[in-house]
Design a protein around this ligand. Structure first.
Ligand code: SIN
Length: 275
């Protein structure tokens, strides 16, 4: 694929591309937005360097791709409800995204994508790892793919968000977190490629199977879908940005840098009901 305004260098043949020749702090032209949309569909996660974004600029960037999502558990800073703070330091007891997941897949209409900006990174570590759920699906045998194609799974925010709140000492007894039923295999609305859509963070069971069958199939899928063969690993620098497609990848944040500081912010773009 060729792009009119940006340079795109694939990081692996399966997913991930470094994007240059663009300034994300300025308002983008329609052609730039189209090019980024196409690159995201082709490469599933895009990486940018040296983009010193303010919170307002990051929100403007996100709004080029859709309405911004407000996180169901973690509040944004004063005046910025659409911002999800991402921060860890010597006082942290947990970090966001420590397990494999697709962002907020427990929503009825899970987010299309997320744009993470980090201004402060540890001297080593703190990488984010992404796994292509297209590649994971396509690597399965035709018979197993057909079996999965007809199934649905329940995704719930309960376990993940209540664990966070318990660790942070937040009383969430009166809170109700999102829960939704999605197909186990979804079709990407832009590329029409199929992708696995279950993850350890939010998927609790496969609805059409017995409890034991569901456990066995999910355990297999959680392991299969995050294999190194389907991964790309992003090494952050100060002022790097990663823009990923939650319909196509899962990701995990490595917390291997305690007690160093890693800090920034995420905006999340609303998506559609998976089909
Ligand atoms: C997340 O959005 O899940 C956090 C990712 C990261 O901090 O690398």
């Amino acid at each position: 694929m060729s792009y009119a305004t940006i340079q795109v260098r694939p990081v692996t043949p399966r997913l991930g591309a470094e994007i240059s020749n663009i300034d994300l702090t300025s308002t983008l032209s329609n052609q730039q937005v189209d090019d980024l949309h196409s690159a995201l569909a082709e490469h599933q996660v895009l990486f940018f360097r040296d983009q010193k974004l303010s919170l307002d600029q990051q929100k403007t960037l996100g709004r080029h791709f859709g309405e911004l999502h407000i996180h169901p558990n973690t509040p944004g800073p004063q005046g910025h409800p659409e911002i999800l703070p991402i921060h860890a330091d010597a006082n942290s007891k947990r970090v966001a995204g420590e397990g494999w997941h697709s962002d907020v897949s427990c929503d009825t209409e899970p987010p299309l994508g997320s744009i993470l900006y980090l201004h402060t990174v540890p001297p080593a570590g703190g990488d984010t790892i992404f796994a292509s759920q297209h590649a994971a699906y396509e690597a399965l045998s035709p018979a197993f793919r057909s079996f999965l194609d007809g199934l649905t799974a329940t995704h719930s925010g309960d376990r993940s968000y209540r664990r966070t709140n318990r660790i942070l000492g937040i009383d969430d007894r009166d809170r109700v977190f999102p829960q939704a039923v999605h197909p186990v295999v979804r079709t990407h609305p832009v590329t029409k490629r199929k992708a696995l859509f279950v993850n350890e963070g939010f998927t609790t069971h496969i609805n059409e199977l017995s409890e034991k069958e569901s456990r066995a199939v999910l355990d297999f899928l959680f392991e299969h879908s995050t294999k190194p063969a389907f991964q790309v690993r992003f090494r952050w620098q100060p002022h790097s940005v990663a823009f990923w497609d939650n319909r196509a990848v899962q990701h995990i944040a490595m917390w291997d840098y305690f007690p160093q500081v890693r800090s920034g912010s995420r905006v999340t773009i609303k998506g559609d009901r998976p089909i």
